[in-house]
Design a protein around this ligand. Sequence first.
Ligand SMILES: [Zn+2]
Length: 148
Amino acid sequence: MTAALIKTFLDSFCEENERDFSVVLSKRSPRQLKGKYVIRKKLIVLYPKSSENPFDLEQTALHELAHHLCWKRNEAQLLALRHQGKRLPRHGREFKDIYYDLLAALDWRHEETSEPFPSRQTPEEKLFFAIFRNSSSPCETVIGRKAK
Ligand SMILES: [Zn+2]
C-alpha cells in the first residue's frame, strides 16, 4: 500500500477544492495511534501495521479524511471559536456527520467490488477492462497464430 494510492482513493471522496491535503505513511506509531490529521499542514498520517487488514486501513484513512473535511467545511466557525479560546469537540457532531457519510459511500462501493481501496473506475470502465482483460472474452482477437 502506498501513500499515493491512498491519496487517490481519498481524493475520490472529495470535491475538487477539498483535495488540498497530503498523505504519508509512517512506521513509528506513537501511543498505538492508527492515524492522525495535522490541521496546520493539512496532512494525514497513517500508521499501517503489516498485520493490519486493508479494510481497517481504509477506514482509518477515511476517519482522518473526515477530520480534514470537517476542518475545510467549518473553517470560519472553528477559527472564530479558537479566537475565543474554545474548540469544537474533535469527534463531535460535525465530524460524525461527515464520517458516516464517507462510510456510507464506502459501503456503496463495496457493493460493486469486494476489494479494499477500490479504484475510481466508473462501472462502464470496469466493464470495459473486464472484457478486454479476460482471455475467454467472446470478442478476443487472436493475431498471428498459424494454422498447423
Ligand atoms: Zn479522529
